[in-house]
Design a protein around this ligand. Structure first.
Ligand code: MF3
Ligand code: CO
Ligand code: CO
Length: 271
């Protein structure tokens, strides 16, 4: 197995899947307020996908060794690192939540993205963790161009996150994506420049750093087979985009009208 190179036609299919995945996050964003449950967020996500004519990639998703995932999306609150299962507990002021949406279009293309949402007024520490994790993702994205190495992406993210006193989760990574949810390559969010695979135009993969305010160690939570939490119960944040390697650099595919503004360091250098 190796990394697939998408054709122009494949890329058109991916552009649509990725925009729709982003629009699901736009659709639920105004509803994410104190008092909403993550199950209600899940229902809104499913409703939007039905309107789009897409289906959720996560409902029933069952990698080897896992039970089938029950949600139309993932909701990871506070010290939940990833794969939080929507439940009936209302969100309250001061919570932070990652909502991770992957859709499949009629043509079979997958688009995968996630954002953080702050519930009401949050602590300075929570706001800082979310904002710096967003910047870390974008610093990784900015490494993407033909000839760059996967290790350049991981290094940029790790150096920035650790430089701010945070830690990078090692057990989960970004991934190639196309007509398969998780394909090669693995995109680590830590590493050394100039190492690992070189990027070529037509590769498509996600960059989705999970950054902890405390230590990087994680553990499984409870016995649902999915939910991952920080071992030290510190807060964790994550953002995710699906990115195409172009002839000259990158194209972030999971953008839509409601996407948060790009960091200033990106708009200043974008050509
Ligand atoms: N969307 C997640 C990712 O970024 C995967 C979620 S798998 C699930 O790769 F089953 F937990 F939903
Ligand atoms: Co995702
Ligand atoms: Co992903």
């Amino acid at each position: 197995m190796s990394i697939t190179i998408k054709t122009a036609e494949d890329i058109a299919g991916m552009r649509l899947a990725c925009r729709l995945a982003s629009e699901v996050l736009d659709y639920i964003a105004p509803h994410i307020q104190p008092g909403i449950t993550t199950k209600e967020i899940d229902r809104l996500g499913a409703e939007c996908m039905a309107q789009q004519g897409t289906i959720s990639a996560t409902v029933g998703y069952q990698p080897p060794g896992y039970p089938p995932y029950p949600g139309a999306l993932c909701t990871s609150v506070n010290h939940v690192v990833c794969h939080g299962i929507p439940n009936d507990k209302p969100l309250k002021k001061g919570d932070i939540v990652n909502v991770d949406v992957t859709v499949i279009t009629k043509d079979g293309w997958y688009g995968d993205n996630s954002r953080m949402y702050l519930i009401g007024e949050c602590s300075i520490a929570a706001k800082r963790l979310s904002a710096l994790t967003y910047d870390a993702m974008w610093l990784g994205i900015q490494q993407v161009r033909p000839g760059a190495h996967l290790g350049d992406i991981g290094h940029a993210i790790q150096k920035f996150a650790e430089g701010h006193g945070f830690s990078v989760v090692r057990e989960f990574c970004g991934h190639g994506i196309g007509k398969v949810f998780h394909e090669e390559p693995q995109v680590l969010h830590y590493g050394r420049p100039g190492t690992l695979e070189q990027l070529r135009p037509g590769m498509v993969f996600t960059i989705e750093p999970m950054i902890n305010a405390g230590r990087r160690e994680i553990k499984e939570f409870g016995n649902d087979g999915w939910t991952i939490v920080t071992k030290d119960h510190s807060l964790s944040a994550q953002w995710e985009h699906t990115v195409l390697v172009t002839e000259t650099g990158y194209e972030v595919m999971t953008l839509s009208a409601g996407s948060p503004p790009l960091p200033a360091f990106v708009t200043a250098t974008a050509t």
